[in-house]
Design a protein around this ligand. Structure first.
Ligand code: UDP
Length: 148
């Protein structure tokens, strides 16, 4: 089953949206395989956002993601990478459709609530960066025979 890395960013944690975001993914039919509230070191933030290291917003992005705890998760399910991205909405909340997390709760690109891997390669890299193998539970839920 495909897996992806989803993170409630510090603004989402402060605004009390962890449960709401978990609910949306659970109700869709995806399976939570790992989750933890954690503070992010600058080293981890810089590795996570390495592709943006030459962008003008990189410093602020690292400052923001290290500014308070995040809730890091691994989710599994059919097409979970692309579907989770659609459920999150466009990067800029002003362009994110209503019904998406960013469309419903965000106002600015710098505080857009949630992160989700954008490709199978990123998902693999990010899951390995944020989680140890022993922190991930692979299992089946009985309800899945009614989802698939
Ligand atoms: N970001 C920003 N300013 C910008 C573009 C992006 O602060 O002009 C932040 C934003 O929080 C975004 C993150 O950098 O979520 C990573 O950008 P990316 O283009 O990878 O967007 P995402 O995959 O998160 O939708």
């Amino acid at each position: 089953m495909e897996k992806t890395f989803i993170m409630v960013k510090p603004d989402g944690v402060q605004r009390g949206l962890i449960g709401e975001i978990i609910s949306r993914f659970e109700q869709k039919g995806f399976r939570l395989e790992g989750g933890k509230l954690m503070n992010v070191s600058r080293e981890l933030a810089e590795k996570h956002y390495a592709e943006h290291k030459d962008k003008p917003f990189f410093g602020e992005l690292v400052d923001f993601i290290t500014s308070g705890p995040v809730f890091a998760m691994v989710w599994a399910g059919e097409d979970v990478i692309a579907t989770a991205r659609r459920m999150m909405g466009q990067t800029k909340p002003s362009e994110a459709a209503p019904g998406t997390v960013r469309g419903d709760y965000g106002l600015t690109v710098g505080k857009n609530i949630v992160h989700g891997s954008d490709s199978p390669e990123s998902a693999k890299r990010e899951i390995a960066l944020w989680f140890e193998e022993k922190e991930i539970s692979s299992y089946e839920k009985a309800i899945e025979s009614w989802v698939y």
